[in-house]
Design a protein around this ligand. Structure first.
Ligand SMILES: Cc1ncc(COP(=O)(O)O)c(C=O)c1O
Length: 444
């Protein structure tokens, strides 16, 4: 049947998914696929939760929509209380939107407005990192450093965003360089960028504490984030962390920064917040930033028709309650090492897997043509497309991307199963991933 949807590609029509239960998704032709990446690290409690469906339906029956210029709603208030009621790391207020990109847009705008409110309107610059992804709206795309996704929109992207090197030890830590020396080199680079822009002109440094799709679950070396935050503090700039993919429990703690020894001034979350049941993201802002606004105009000059949507908040609230009641972040913390060991056992000596990296239930394999030289496959090989087809053939859904090394070269695949995945399911995921990789290599 002809499709009237503008799919991601007009050349390939995707399979049609019709239902989901736990870690499994059923396709229209009856096949069942194991969803080992929660789509794009989204489905954190698995598919088909009747509790969440009921919570959304009940809210729909009570009040589906209330414009936030006039009203608040119970689910939005309760979700904010659950997220920032105890002011984790000084984060005191939540702003609910409908996607990760919108959470980043709100973060950029609030950070800018904060400095206008406190009498520093000359601050107009943001520093992000290369090989990062913060979303696809123009502001979020400008913040990110994903060369492939930016390329054709480059002329439309604001010049107020510049980029420094990521912390990406596999490719960019030098031979014999210690973690401390690498951190110092990156802190010096950030300092130099502040100096180039004029330190008093910078609003914020923006980073993913664990890089997601841009380079594949890339964790920073110890000491990196405290060193970056020190540079920001020296110049009175903010630290904005994008935990849209890595946060909300996926990496084994509620927030990744809890494992990195820093607290953000503003944080963006999404994906795992609603677990795929509802489109929702949130900006979490610190007391410092909110106080700046309170002492100034008091009104955030930003908003969307669907911000704080009651159905989205009701769905996310139930997802978060389930995560709490079933102690699912503790499960990720406990079973993350089991997933890691299984991946290491299967791929640790694989000649075409250069690195296995990640944390919690957020892992990636980076593929190489030559392991010794850490040399990637040529982009013309189209590794990602072959891997996607091989995965579906092996009955598994994983999340492959390319441009891993520098935005152009390199291929990786992300494994990000639901938090309630069992040990037996972990074994099956790794088994199916093994046959996926074998089939991919046979096809290229
Ligand atoms: C780290 C990160 N930031 C931002 C986004 C954008 O989120 P969304 O696709 O919901 O707009 C993503 C999406 O993949 C992401 O992984």
């Amino acid at each position: 049947m002809m499709s009237r949807i503008l799919h991601r590609s007009v050349k390939n029509k995707p399979e049609r998914a019709v239902s989901g239960r736990g870690i499994h998704v059923t396709l229209a032709d009856g096949r069942t696929v194991m969803d080992a990446s929660g789509g794009a690290a989204v489905a954190c409690i698995g598919h088909g939760s009747e509790r969440v469906a009921k919570a959304i339906a009940e809210q729909a029956g009570k009040l589906a929509y209330a414009h936030t210029a006039f009203f608040s709603s119970d689910p939005a208030e309760e979700l904010a209380e659950l997220l920032v009621g105890d002011e984790p790391g000084g984060l005191s207020n939540a702003f609910f939107v409908s996607s990760g990109s919108e959470a980043i847009e709100a973060s950029i705008k609030l950070a800018r407005q904060y400095f206008v409110e406190i009498g520093q309107p000359e601050r107009t610059r943001f520093i992000g990192r290369r090989q990062s992804y913060h979303g696809n709206t123009l502001g979020a795309l400008a913040t990110g450093g994903h060369a492939g996704r930016r390329r054709i929109y480059e002329p439309l992207l604001s010049a107020n965003f510049s980029h420094v090197s990521p912390c990406f030890p596999y490719h960019y830590k030098q031979e014999g360089e210690s973690d401390a020396a690498y951190v110092k080199r990156l802190a010096d680079e950030l300092e130099a960028e502040f100096q180039r822009l004029g330190p008093g002109n910078v609003i914020a440094f923006v980073a993913e504490p664990i890089v997601g799709a841009a380079s594949g679950c890339t964790t920073a070396v110890p000491g990196y984030f405290p060193a970056m935050k020190a540079v920001c503090e020296r110049h009175g700039a903010l630290l904005i962390l994008d935990e849209i993919m890595s946060g909300m429990g996926r990496s084994g703690s509620q927030h990744v920064w809890q494992q990195e020894g820093v607290t953000p001034d503003i944080q963006a979350v999404a994906k795992g917040l609603g677990g795929g049941y509802v489109p929702i993201g949130a900006m979490l802002a610190s007391r410092r930033v909110i106080d700046g606004l309170s002492r100034g105009s008091g009104a955030f000059v930003h908003g969307h028709t669907y911000q704080g949507h009651p159905l989205a908040c009701a769905g996310a609230l139930e997802v978060q309650r389930i995560i709490g009641e079933e102690k699912l972040i503790e499960s990720v913390h406990r079973l993350g090492p089991v997933l890691e060991s299984a991946l290491v056992e299967r791929f640790g000596n694989h000649p075409h897997v250069g690195e296995i990296r990640g944390r919690g239930f957020f892992w990636a394999l980076e593929f190489v043509r030559d392991r010794g030289a850490k040399e990637s496959y040529a982009p013309s090989v189209n590794f990602t497309e072959h891997l996607k087809a091989a995965a579906l053939d092996s009955g598994i859904l994983v999340y492959p991307s390319n441009g891993t090394v520098d935005g152009v070269r390199g291929d990786h695949v992300i494994i990000a199963p639901p938090f309630n995945t069992s040990e037996a399911e972990i074994a099956e995921i790794v088994d199916r991933l093994g046959s996926t990789v074998d089939k991919t290599l046979a096809a290229i």
